[in-house]
Write a protein that binds this ligand. Structure first.
Ligand code: MG
Length: 378
């Protein structure tokens, strides 16, 4: 089998209401999908998280010529070719996102060719369903009152979630107020995580962390900047809360310091950004060797969600025991038709807060090309 072509799709949806996080406001949802075609009529879908237009240019002008004419089953060799050919000006960022998108599409093709889901090719499923958590509590304009936050928390409980993650990073006083309101609303027994999206320096993150420690925080995500390994170490040493990070890190080389210095308790590689299945499988193995949990970051369209789900199910429990609470699946609750409408059979959270692992071949996602056309930037 040979790759015959690579097509990119920039998708965009304007949001009726913008929502915010510590680094800015989203007024549109965008994504970059990649379709890799073969001479046997099979094709695979991939996705890259990050600004889609430059990723599209990288794929079309730099990476596609490296995979056209090649066998999709040579995905490891092709990954090395794409990485090494761009290494002098790459290593992180959009180039690795672009490589991720092609790599995911190659694995989708391999699964379809063998009539097996990707998790089978990755070594098998450690679970047939996974606990999902609501990724939510984004900033709004005007900001939500404590009553609004309590109502949103109860809405997620009614949707079936038993875990939820809050955006923080809006100033420590505001953050503490928000966390207290949500914990008081959901009571004990609901997993509650906070995500600052690297809003703080280590001193502020520690002061904030001390104030929210009494609210039983399951993890504190990206307290400091992704480059700030020393800051992570300070925060981790000072707080009695597990520290998570890595959604803005790339490849086994990028994750090496975070893991080997034990700067986090939980690493969060995103399969659509950190290097696709080929690289994320290795990152998860590195984490296991240092006894650090791997709980991937998941964002984006139906394709990115499906890829994240296939990857997560191939990760062993950490630590291994029958009632292990990791890994869990991030399910973004902000409005996104690219996630909800693009797949003919969308991934849904069922009543008891779990998601089933798709058993269909490849990623298990059947992209509706009419929906694709509707949101495609021409
Ligand atoms: Mg995050």
């Amino acid at each position: 089998m040979k790759v015959t072509g690579v097509t990119t799709y920039v998708l965009k949806h304007d949001l009726p209401e913008p929502f915010g996080f510590s680094q800015g406001w989203y007024s549109t949802r965008k994504c970059l999908l990649t379709k890799v075609q073969t001479d046997e009529g099979l094709f695979g879908w991939g996705e890259s998280w990050g600004p889609p237009e430059p990723v599209c240019t990288i794929i079309e002008h730099i990476l596609a010529p490296m995979v056209v004419g090649e066998d999709p089953f040579d995905s490891e060799r092709l990954w090395e070719r794409m990485y090494n050919s761009t290494r002098d000006y790459g290593q992180k960022g959009l180039i690795i996102g672009a490589i991720s998108s092609i790599d995911i599409a190659l694995w989708d093709i391999k699964g379809k060719a063998l009539d097996l889901p990707v998790h089978k090719l990755l070594g098998g499923a450690f679970r047939d369903h996974i606990k999902a958590y609501a990724s939510s509590f984004y900033q709004t304009n005007p900001p939500q009152s404590e009553r609004d936050l309590r109502e949103l928390a109860l809405k997620h409980i009614n949707e079936g979630f038993t875990m939820m993650k809050m955006k923080i990073g809006f100033g420590p006083a505001e953050d503490v107020k928000r966390v207290r309101a949500v914990r008081e609303a959901v009571g004990e027994g609901v997993g509650l995580m906070v995500d600052a999206n690297h809003a703080y320096d280590s001193c502020t993150a520690i002061r904030l962390g001390k104030q929210i420690e009494p609210y039983d925080i399951f993890w504190f995500e990206e307290p400091v900047g992704p480059e700030n390994i020393e800051g992570y170490l300070e925060v981790r040493a000072a707080l009695n809360i597990p520290i998570a990070g890595g959604e803005a890190e790339f490849t086994k080389f990028g994750f090496r310091a975070l893991i080997s210095k034990r700067a986090v308790d939980i690493i969060q590689p995103d399969v659509t950004l950190a290097g696709g299945f080929t690289e994320c499988k290795k990152i998860a193995a590195m984490a296991q060797a240092w006894h650090i949990a791997c709980v991937p970051h998941v964002w984006g369209s139906a394709v990115g969600l499906a890829a994240g789900l296939q990857f997560i199910t191939s990760i062993p429990n950490h630590p291994e025991y029958m009632w292990s609470d990791k890994p869990v699946l991030e399910v973004d609750r902000s409005p996104n038709p690219l996630r909800d409408e693009l797949a003919r059979e969308p991934i849904v959270v069922v009543k008891n807060g779990v998601v089933s692992i798709p058993q269909r071949p490849g990623l298990g996602v059947d992209v509706d090309e009419q929906v694709l056309d509707r949101y495609r930037v021409k």
